[in-house]
Design a protein around this ligand. Structure first.
Ligand SMILES: [Zn+2]
Length: 187
């Protein structure tokens, strides 16, 4: 199936869904909506097609030190896998290198690889942390995610101001002092 055939198939299903929601899909304003929405959904889930390891391995550099590296407040936009509604916020990543550091922009790209798919925030945190550790050979990685979930804000409990924080760590970040150092760095 070509990419255009895939978009056309998604658009055709979206057209049916809009009809079932009570819309007249032939009206002017909705004429191109199924195609546009299909392309948007394809983009928002394009992380499935990117190999996270090759993103990281293209930008590994030798480095003698073993002090913590922290990248703070990387924006992300994802879709919750329970409602297919957006959740979004900021991600901070800390890692302790072991002979190799990774280009800083690549950390942000790795965030996109795992955010641009259907997710839950807990797994998003874990996948970023564990993949960076595996691909860089870091001594440890910690990932803190603050997210706002539209499925909580727009429906159900309608909690407008709640945010969700998840933390995932591995390796040397089992050490609570090192986690405290990370939390101080991103505060
Ligand atoms: Zn949800």
């Amino acid at each position: 199936m070509t990419e255009q055939e895939r978009i056309d198939a998604i658009a055709s299903h979206l057209s049916s869904i809009l009809g079932l929601l009570g819309e007249d899909v032939t009206r002017e304003g909705l004429r191109d909506t199924p195609q546009r929405a299909a392309k948007a959904l394809a983009f928002l889930t394009s992380g499935y097609e990117v190999d996270a390891d090759s993103v990281i391995k293209k930008a590994l550099f030798a480095h003698e030190g073993s002090q913590m590296v922290v990248v703070k407040d990387i924006e992300f936009y994802s879709l919750c896998e329970h409602h297919v509604l957006p959740f979004f916020g900021k991600i901070s990543v800390g890692y302790v290198p072991d002979g190799k550091i990774v280009g800083l922009s690549k950390i942000a790209r790795i965030v996109n690889v795992f955010a641009r798919r259907l997710q839950v925030q807990e797994r998003l945190s874990a996948e970023i942390a564990d993949r960076i550790k595996a691909a860089t050979g870091a001594k440890g990685v910690i990932v803190l995610v603050n997210g706002e979930h539209m499925c909580m804000k727009m429906r159900g409990v309608e909690k407008q101001h709640s945010t969700t924080t998840t933390v995932h760590y591995n390796g040397v970040f089992e050490n609570a002092d090192l986690r405290t150092e990370f939390y101080n760095a991103i505060r």
